[in-house]
Write a protein of this length. Structure first.
Length: 87
């Protein structure tokens, strides 16, 4: 589940308009992806990353990306809670 959340946040980074900053062959760790996601959010808020991509695609606003990432993690936390709750 941790690798799933890591991959999802990596894709959210791209949806905001950021890039993962890692060396070739380096695994995408959750901490590293978080750092890149936060950097992308800051870039969008400061206007350094435009609202449209180079081919005209609309990028996610920072507020939406934060809400989406939080919901995704919370949804999996609820899933784990359901799995561990005795019947």
């Amino acid at each position: 589940m941790v690798s799933h959340v890591t991959e999802a946040e990596a894709s959210y980074t791209g949806a905001v308009g950021g890039r993962l900053q890692r060396a070739p062959g380096e695994p995408a760790t959750l901490e590293r992806v978080h750092d890149d996601f936060i950097a992308a959010l800051g870039g969008r808020l400061r206007g350094e990353i435009p609202a449209e991509g180079p081919r005209g695609g609309v990028r996610w606003p920072s507020r939406y990306a934060i809400r989406r990432a939080a919901w995704h993690v919370l949804d999996h936390a609820w899933e784990l809670e359901d799995r561990t709750r005795p019947i």
